[in-house]
Design a protein around this ligand. Structure first.
Ligand SMILES: [Zn+2]
Ligand SMILES: [Zn+2]
Length: 699
């Protein structure tokens, strides 16, 4: 075997083999080549990596096979993986292999070659140019012109209904028209939002570029579908890839445009394994693609939102003040008139235990009488968050978690939303035998029931009974259920829609003229410093659902029931003034030294006991005194996590903070060895796993 190769493979987190392994082969293979290699007693998929293989005293094993039917993964893809692994403190092999479609691991070289030979929908290059000419608004034209004339990165700050999607379509269209091989990646936060986006892109681009030109990539697809999309993107036949956060790692050799829609959405952050932010990686990737490109066309990235993350907003301040992003503003709604009027109800003035204030109820009744729809949301699913005994202390605690099991009336079950443990509701209190156990608090199921009772005496204009429907994670579990329920709302058969924040996102309800938030106050005083930002985004997004038709927008209203109507967040909401809200939040964060004015990482530990989890973190913290840059980071004490025990595992965390991103990165990289060594200390016995979360979303 004259040639030695560096190969990355999937290795367990924090194992001793974090870097590439060395294998021998009869021929030299370029970096990025996909290979099958022996690992222990099994055979696994690997990627030939950059760099000279390390000298080894071990016997060098030969490759099992080279998947030479596939072109190698290019330098930009490898650079992205390498960066993500380093930045998010994971092994390169773990990130690389997780970024490839799972089926690629199972197929041999011969099977793969057959897969590649399958025709993937011929493209008729001579097809008539059916490119749409859409009438664009002045703001859209300006945004597009500015985009085309600069390098970015760009933040498209466009209010709900301002036509952001049309801007994305136009940018993709002009790119594909001027560059016959260029590819574009368009990301959305949730799988639910991909079908409607895919429909719009197909309608626009299929006639010109063929059915194979648009592919989707998300975790809801089957393994063969994912492989097919991946091969189309990797081979260049797919010109447009639409997907969720995982798509940021799509192999696209001619990538020239990345769009991240609803860039503020927390779903862009991966919550296990390598906890990457797909939005942040998208920005990094565009720079990398431009730097490594062989032509002059840069790879541009556009982040879009009506309520940008405070990080992106801060990055898009004027360049003179240090901003790095170009802000493109589209404040007007197209064909949808004005934004809905915001009405705050002071719940402190209502009778105790009021769920629907009389004002709100009257407003909903008016809508029903006019044949219009209302949407009511509450961010808690189930019937009631707790079931409690009236005569003893019993509550529906989960035996495996430090949390209550939620009462679901529909199947009379108690379900833990953390570990999934479910049981039928007991006939009587398990502790004292009292048959009188009752729900405490309310979730969407109970809200739906209560509202249906309140509205029962009413009739619709057609004389029929009032219809209240609910959409949340429980009502949409079955495949296709969400689509069916949404269709029902669109036909007008539903008068009031009750649901969780799921209904506030993305869906276009044209007949809804009233949106109400029932109990949003929790987020105002949350220990999570990002909670107000998320609440504001959610309320703005929900408000944007109302009155999408110009004719109705004048009568559209957004109702908020709150104990704190004086809160500045609501004052900004009333004016639909995101910049004012962002300015006040950023000022608070600046004073408190919070992101984006500092950089954070969390180390999480899971163990059989809380003592062991905390001991591990405390020891690792104490042993950090010699680690480089320790003087530039703050290590906070180990604390139990918000939900301390899940599925009988105790969880603790430690916050690490620094005013410098580089210092934090250097520290974490060197501290990993300390964490690995601490694991074998006797005090940490019982530790199950630990992980670092860089730029965590929830603290
Ligand atoms: Zn009892
Ligand atoms: Zn549980």
């Amino acid at each position: 075997m004259p040639h030695r190769l560096s190969v990355v493979v999937q290795t367990p987190a924090h194992s001793a083999i974090a870097g590439p392994l060395t294998y021998g082969h009869t021929a030299a293979l370029p970096p990025g080549s996909l290979v099958r290699v022996p690992l222990g007693t099994r055979e696994t998929l690997g990627v030939v990596w950059d760099g000279t293989p390390e000298e080894s005293t071990f016997e060098i094993r030969p490759l099992s096979a080279a998947l030479d039917g596939l072109p190698p993964l290019n330098a930009a893809w490898r650079g992205l993986v390498q960066f993500a692994a380093l930045y998010y403190q994971r092994a390169v092999g773990e990130v690389a292999l997780a970024a490839l479609p799972p089926q690629l691991r199972e197929l041999g070289a011969a099977q793969l070659t057959r897969r590649l030979k399958r025709p993937s929908g011929a493209v008729d290059a001579n097809a008539a140019d059916t490119t749409h000419s859409v009438a664009l608004s002045e703001e859209q034209i300006c945004a597009i012109a500015e985009f085309e004339s600069q390098k970015g990165p760009f933040l498209l700050f466009g209010s709900t209904g301002s036509g952001k999607t049309e801007v994305y379509l136009q940018l993709v269209q002009s790119l594909l028209a001027r560059d016959p091989t260029a590819q574009a990646l368009v990301m959305v936060p949730e799988i639910n939002l991909t079908p409607q986006l895919e429909a719009r892109f197909r309608e626009r681009f299929e006639p010109r570029f063929g059915a194979a030109a648009v592919v989707s990539m998300h975790s809801g697809m089957t393994a063969p579908q994912r492989l097919k999309s991946w091969l189309a993107a990797h081979g260049g036949t797919a010109r447009i890839v639409l997907g969720t956060r995982m798509a940021v790692f799509a192999s696209m050799p001619r990538l020239k445009l990345i769009v991240v829609d609803e860039e503020h959405d927390p779903s862009y952050k991966q919550q296990e394994g390598a906890r990457y932010s797909a939005r942040d990686l998208a920005v990094y990737r565009s720079q990398l693609e431009t730097r490594l490109s062989t032509d002059t066309e840069p790879c541009r990235v556009l982040l879009g939102s009506a309520t940008p993350s405070l990080e992106s907003w801060h990055h898009s301040r004027p360049a003179a003040e240090g901003g790095r992003y170009v802000r493109l503003a589209m404040p007007s709604r197209i064909g949808a008139g004005t934004l809905p009027k915001v009405r705050l109800v002071d719940m402190g003035l209502q009778q105790k235990k009021t769920v629907f204030s009389p004002q709100l109820l009257a407003a909903i009744q008016q809508r029903i009488a006019r044949g219009e729809q209302s949407m009511v949301f509450l961010n808690r699913r189930g019937y009631a968050p707790v079931l409690a005994c009236g005569s003893c202390e019993w509550k529906s605690e989960c035996p495996h978690c430090s949390a209550y099991r939620v009462f679901h009336k529909i199947d009379r079950s108690l379900r833990c939303h953390h570990c999934g443990y479910a049981e039928p509701v007991p006939r009587a209190c398990p502790t004292c035998g009292n048959p009188d156990i009752a729900p405490v608090g309310r979730g969407t199921e109970r809200l739906e029931e209560h509202l249906a009772e309140l509205l029962a005496p009413l009739r619709r204009p057609d004389g029929g009974p009032v219809v209240v429907a609910r959409i949340d994670a429980d009502s949409t579990k079955a495949k296709g259920a969400l689509e069916a329920q949404l269709a029902e709302v669109h036909t007008g058969a539903v008068d009031v829609l009750v649901g969780t924040q799921m209904i506030a996102k993305g869906h276009d309800f044209r007949r809804i003229t009233l949106v109400a938030a029932i109990q949003p106050d929790g987020a105002l005083f949350s220990s999570d410093f990002r909670a107000p930002e998320r609440l504001f985004a959610l309320l703005m997004q929900a408000g944007g659902r109302a009155g999408r038709d110009a004719a109705q927008s004048a009568a559209s209203e957004m109702w908020v029931q709150t104990e704190h109507p004086q809160h500045p967040l609501f004052a900004a909401l009333r004016q639909h003034d995101y910049p004012a809200f962002a300015a006040s939040q950023l000022e608070e964060r600046r004073i408190a030294g919070m992101p984006p004015f500092s950089f954070q990482a969390l180390v999480r530990a899971e163990a059989r006991t809380q003592e062991a989890a905390q001991a591990f973190l405390t020891l690792a913290s104490a042993a950090a005194c010699d680690v480089p840059d320790v003087d530039r980071v703050t290590l906070y004490p180990a604390v139990p996590m918000g939900v301390q025990r899940v599925a009988n595992i105790e969880r603790a965390q430690m916050l690490v903070e620094s005013p410098s991103r580089q210092a934090l990165q250097r520290f974490l990289l060197a501290w990993q060895a300390v964490l690995r060594a601490t694991r074998s200390q006797p005090e940490a016995k019982g530790l199950i796993r630990w992980a670092i979360d860089v730029d965590p979303l929830g603290i």
